[in-house]
Design a protein around this ligand. Structure first.
Ligand code: CP
Ligand code: NVA
Length: 305
């Protein structure tokens, strides 16, 4: 059975740990793993803008011995209405895996339903699971573990990063707190699923409206843009989310050795102050680098099933 990675809990806790171990090994030996040797090709499609995802997949696939085929979704026939399933049936005849950044989760689910090669979610409106693998790798590099640590995410609790922190963090045995105002809370179904996973791993998931309480003694403070790709109403969102800004007063509430994560792009002095983003607790550049290592590990792992 072809394995896909459409959302964070598509990897079991043991499988997620296997991928993260492989990511660490690949980081130490970037050219030592060559599953795609011989010019095997991986398609990487974008329906939304990207810097990190595009570069980290392209370079990572090359390091795995393969050829990245980067496609702008709007210029494909999907942009003119060709069914997603037909696109999958064509792509699978040519490539070893399909990586896709798109809108609704149902789109990537449709791609996976028709593809006999692994399909990887490179961000949808609902999830950003490749990012969370890189974030977990960064957490492990810093603390030596994920299980039992508290990760507090502040800001838009209803976006892809919040959902993936809940699901991926719970899979990693973390205590995930989401701090967000009413109207910006996570999808209840995703929260319930994350709680189910946390029960198995010894983690937990909590939604709070008080940012200071949520940050208390947290090991990881994370945030994301307040206006995700495709969203509107910036002024209203900024007004609602300003109390959840990651700044030095908030950091003073976290554990002394707390680290700061942001998937980037960051909007300084909105969701995070320049002082914190560019300060000593911030590991955002390691996090951005780890995208490549984590995704290489994921591709090799899925492809070799
Ligand atoms: N964090 C992230 O996915 O960045 P890009 O949008 O630049 O790919
Ligand atoms: N939540 C953001 C993440 C960007 C990498 C967005 O979807 O735009």
């Amino acid at each position: 059975m072809t394995r896909h990675f459409l959302k964070d809990d598509d990897l079991s806790p043991a499988e997620q740990a296997e991928v993260l171990d492989l990511a660490d090994a690949m980081k130490k030996d970037p050219y030592g793993y060559r599953p795609f040797e011989g010019n095997k090709t991986v398609a990487v499609l974008f329906d939304k803008p990207s810097t990190r995802t595009r570069v980290s997949f392209a370079v990572g696939i090359a390091e795995l011995g393969g050829v990245p085929l980067i496609i702008d979704g709007g210029t494909s026939q999907m942009g003119r209405g060709e069914p997603i399933e037909d696109t999958a049936r064509v792509l699978e005849r040519h490539v070893e895996a399909i990586v896709w950044r798109t809108g609704g989760q149902e789109r990537i689910a449709a791609m996976a339903s028709a593809a006999r090669v692994p399909v990887v979610n490179a961000l949808t409106d609902e999830y950003h699971p490749c990012q969370i693998l890189a974030d977990l790798q960064t957490v492990r590099e810093n603390f030596g573990r994920t299980a039992g640590l508290t990760l507090t995410y502040l800001g838009d609790g209803a976006n892809n990063m919040a959902h993936s922190y809940l699901l991926g963090g719970a899979t990693a045995g973390m205590h995930v707190r989401v701090a967000a105002p009413a109207g910006y809370h996570p999808d209840p179904a995703i929260l319930a699923r994350a709680a189910e996973v946390a029960q198995v791993t010894g983690g937990s998931v909590t939604v709070l409206e008080d940012a200071a309480v949520a940050a208390h003694e947290a090991h990881v403070i994370a945030t994301d843009t307040w206006v995700s790709m495709g969203q509107e109403g910036k002024e209203e969102r900024v007004a609602a989310l300003m109390p959840y800004q990651v700044n030095s007063a908030l950091m003073a509430r976290a554990a002394d050795d707390a680290i700061v994560l942001h998937c980037l792009p960051a909007y300084r002095d909105y969701e995070i102050t320049a002082e914190v983003l560019d300060g000593p607790a911030s590991l955002v550049w390691d996090q951005a680098e780890n995208r490549r290592h984590a995704q290489k590990a994921l591709l090799q792992w899925l492809w070799s099933r």
